[in-house]
Design a protein around this ligand. Structure first.
Ligand code: ADP
Ligand code: MG
Length: 259
């Protein structure tokens, strides 16, 4: 089981779009996949066709150990993968976890019993470096950072990298940055191209080969509760996420060969 957190403390950088589409594309290529929504906004939950207002239990109850993962997970009717859903209840977890023991490792603990259930676990983190994101980073083996190729793209990246380093040093020796994913890419924009080239120069093979273009079909899909990769398979955005899933499967297989 490979666990990846999709993180960037900026909002609107396609964390949720990447999480939902990666989960759907992995599932379509035969990987048993769980998507965990760690954002109280519940956008990943809704984008998978699950009504966040109508949950028996959610990731909130799992973090507070009032429900098990097996009790709280639901299958995405459109994507056919399991989802540990979220809604506004989760906003309270931040405060309620503060006084509890082992508060950063609640999600990790919940996943430990399900090692055999999944090939991939994808965690959609909220736009902050909060206790919720910490739970995501403690549970994960790797971090995927979606980034827009704009002038301020690198601003804030050092805060995220420092947080990841601290988690690595103190809480989770397994954690590493898997890569930066360029999203909402516009090849006609000179600045996009320049920033993209800079990322490749600075971060080398930590930059995924796949570029996700700006594509309106990816933005439309969530309102239908269907992952973009299934909503319009021919769209450029959908094809990019299918390619990204293949790139992730290749990476994981190359680690297996090395070890
Ligand atoms: P985050 O989870 O980081 O806040 P979202 O995944 O919700 O970001 O994306 C922010 C907005 O951008 C959403 O409206 C989403 O539909 C849109 N979006 C994401 N990726 C793309 C893309 N490649 N092309 C067009 N719109 C996109
Ligand atoms: Mg989001």
């Amino acid at each position: 089981m490979h666990i990846f957190a999709i993180a960037n403390q900026k909002g609107g950088v396609a964390k949720t779009t990447t999480s939902v589409n990666l989960a759907a594309a992995l599932t379509a290529s035969g990987q048993r996949t769980l998507l965990i929504d760690l954002d109280p906004q519940g956008n990943a939950t809704m984008g998978c066709g699950i009504d966040k207002r109508d949950l028996k239990a959610s990731v909130y109850q799992v973090l507070l150990q009032m429900a098990t993962l097996a009790e709280a997970r639901v299958m995405s009717p459109s994507g056919k993968f399991d989802v540990l859903p979220a809604n506004r209840d989760l906003a309270g977890a931040e405060v309620e976890l503060v006084d509890l023991d082992l508060r950063e490792t609640r999600l990790k603990t919940a996943l430990a019993a399900h090692q055999a259930d999944y090939d991939f676990v994808i965690i959609d983190c909220p736009p902050s470096l909060s206790m919720l994101t910490l739970n995501g980073l403690c549970a994960a083996h790797g971090v995927i950072i979606p980034m827009q190729c704009e002038y301020y793209a690198l601003e804030g990246l050092s805060d995220l990298v420092n947080t990841i380093k601290k988690v690595h040093a103190n809480l989770n020796r397994d954690l590493k940055i898997i890569g930066l994913l360029r999203v909402m890419y516009d090849p006609r924009n000179t600045l996009s191209n320049q920033v993209s080239a800079q990322l490749e120069e600075h971060f080398g093979d930590k930059v995924f080969k796949t570029l996700v273009p700006r594509n309106v079909r990816l933005a439309e899909a969530p309102s239908y509760g269907v992952p973009g990769v299934l909503f319009d398979k021919a769209a450029k955005g959908a094809q990019a996420y299918v390619a990204f899933a293949a790139e992730m499967i290749d990476r994981v297989n190359s680690w297996k060969e090395k070890s």
